[in-house]
Design a protein around this ligand. Structure first.
Ligand SMILES: CSCC[C@@H](NC(=O)CCC(=O)O)C(=O)O
Ligand SMILES: [Mg+2]
Length: 367
C-alpha cells in the first residue's frame, strides 16, 4: 500500500458518569483518532492516551504532535507499506507507544479492509464472542458504589473491577463481598501504593479477589516481586507491561501472575499478540484492558480478546458503559458477552454525523 495522507482528529465525547481512579476523575473522553488514507483503502486507529499525562507520561495533544511532526512523515519513506513495517519505520523515535499504536492500527485496518480480512481472523481469534467485565470507579460513598455494582451485575457483566486507592480499599471491597457474595471481583490501584504498604494490602487477601492490579509504580518490578511474596492475592500488571520483553522480565522476576494487555500501552496489536504469546508460553492468563475507547478501539480490543490466552473477562464493556451515543454502531452486552466484529479490518466505522458532533479539531498530514 502507498499512504497518501493521514487525518488526525481530536474528539471530545462526554462520559455518562464521572470515572474516578487513584490518579484523577474523567468526565469527558478527549481522544485522538487516526485515519490513514492509502491507494487501496483507508483505515482507523484510536489513541488510548488521555487528556493529561496521569495514567502514563503520554497525553492526547502530545500524541497528535508527535504523529504530525515525526511519525506520519516517517511512513513516507516506505514504498509498499503494511502494518508489520510501521514499528520498524518508527523505531528511531523513542517512546510515544500510544501514538505509534494508533498509527500502526490504522495501517493494519486499511490493509485488512483492502484484503477483506477481519482483524480477529488476522490476529488468530478462536472465539466469536468474548466474556466481559466492567471497571467501577471510586464513588462518593459505599452505598453509591453498591448501587453501581448492582446495576452492572443486573446488566449481565461477568466480573467487577473496583478502582482502589489508600483510604478506599478494604471497606469498599468488604461491602461488595458482603452484599454480592462470591462474584468474580478484582481491584485496580493504578500504582497508588508503596512498597511499605505490603502489610496493608495483605488485608485484601481474605476477600478472594481474582487479582490486585498494578499496586505499585510502573517501573517497580522488584517491588511487585517482593509484594507477591507477602500477599496471597494474585498480582496483575498493567502500566508496567510496556512490551513483550517487559512481560517476560515481569514473569521471570515473579512480579505478576496475570497480565492486563492494552494494545495502546504496548505500541499496537502486533506487540499485544506477542505479549499474549509470551504469557501463553509461561502458562500465565491474560485479559484485555481498556482506555475508555470509543467503538473504534473497542472493536479492535474485542478482536484481540478472542485470542486463546484471553481466558479472563476483560474491561471490554458495552458502549453504554461510557457513552450515551458511541461514534460507531454501539456494542451491546448479550449474556455478559460482546460479539467479535466480522467485517473487514476493525469491522466498524464512525457514523459521520455522530463523529462530527464530537469533533474538536481535525488536521490533515500529507505524506
Ligand atoms: C482513565 S483510566 C484508564 C486505565 C484503566 N482502565 C480501566 O479501568 C478500564 C477502562 C475501560 O473500561 O475502558 C486501567 O488502569 O485499567
Ligand atoms: Mg489498570
Amino acid at each position: 500500500m502507498k499512504v497518501t495522507g493521514v487525518e488526525l482528529r481530536t474528539i471530545k465525547a462526554p462520559l455518562v458518569s464521572p470515572f474516578r481512579t487513584s490518579f484523577g476523575t474523567e468526565t469527558v473522553r478527549e481522544a485522538l483518532l487516526v485515519r490513514v488514507v492509502t491507494d487501496e483503502a483507508e483505515g482507523w486507529g484510536e489513541c488510548g492516551a488521555g487528556t493529561a499525562p496521569q495514567y502514563s507520561s503520554q497525553y492526547t495533544h502530545a500524541a497528535a504532535d508527535v504523529l504530525s511532526r515525526f511519525l506520519v512523515p516517517a511512513l513516507a519513506g516506505v514504498a509498499d507499506l503494511d502494518a508489520h513495517q510501521v514499528a520498524p519505520a518508527l523505531a528511531a523515535f523513542k517512546g510515544h507507544r500510544m501514538a505509534k499504536a494508533a498509527l500502526e492500527t490504522a495501517v493494519l485496518d486499511a490493509d485488512l479492509r483492502a484484503r477483506g480480512v477481519p482483524l480477529a481472523h488476522a490476529l488468530g481469534a478462536v472465539r466469536d464472542r468474548v466474556p466481559c467485565g466492567v471497571s467501577v470507579g471510586i464513588t462518593e460513598s459505599i452505598p453509591a458504589l453498591l448501587d453501581a455494582v448492582a446495576g452492572y451485575l443486573d446488566a449481565g457483566y461477568l466480573r467487577i473491577k473496583l478502582k482502589i486507592e489508600p483510604g478506599w480499599d478494604i471497606e469498599p471491597v468488604r461491602a461488595v463481598r458482603e452484599r454480592f457474595g462470591d462474584i468474580l471481583l478484582q481491584v485496580d490501584a493504578n500504582a497508588a501504593y508503596r512498597r511499605g504498604d505490603a502489610r496493608h494490602l495483605a488485608r485484601l487477601d481474605p476477600f478472594a479477589l481474582l487479582m490486585l492490579e498494578q499496586p505499585l509504580a510502573e517501573d517497580d518490578l522488584l517491588g511487585h516481586a517482593e509484594l507477591a511474596k507477602r500477599i496471597t492475592t494474585p498480582i496483575c500488571l498493567d502500566e508496567s507491561i510496556v512490551s513483550a520483553r517487559a512481560a517476560a522480565d515481569a514473569l521471570t522476576l515473579g512480579a505478576c501472575h496475570v497480565v492486563n494487555i492494552k494494545p495502546g500501552r504496548v505500541g499496537g496489536y502486533l506487540e499485544a499478540r506477542r505479549i499474549h504469546d509470551v504469557c501463553a508460553a509461561h502458562g500465565v492468563p491474560v485479559w484485555c484492558g481498556g482506555m475508555l475507547e470509543t467503538g473504534l478501539g473497542r472493536a479492535a480490543n474485542v478482536a484481540l480478546a478472542a485470542l486463546p490466552g484471553f481466558v479472563l473477562p476483560g474491561d471490554t464493556s458495552a458502549s453504554d458503559r461510557y457513552y450515551r451515543t458511541d461514534i460507531t454502531a454501539p456494542f451491546h452486552l448479550v449474556d455478559g458477552h460482546l460479539a467479535v466484529p466480522t467485517g473487514p479490518g476493525l469491522g466498524v466505522t464512525p457514523v459521520p454525523e455522530i463523529l462530527d458532533e464530537v469533533t474538536d479539531s481535525t488536521t490533515w498530514v500529507p505524506v
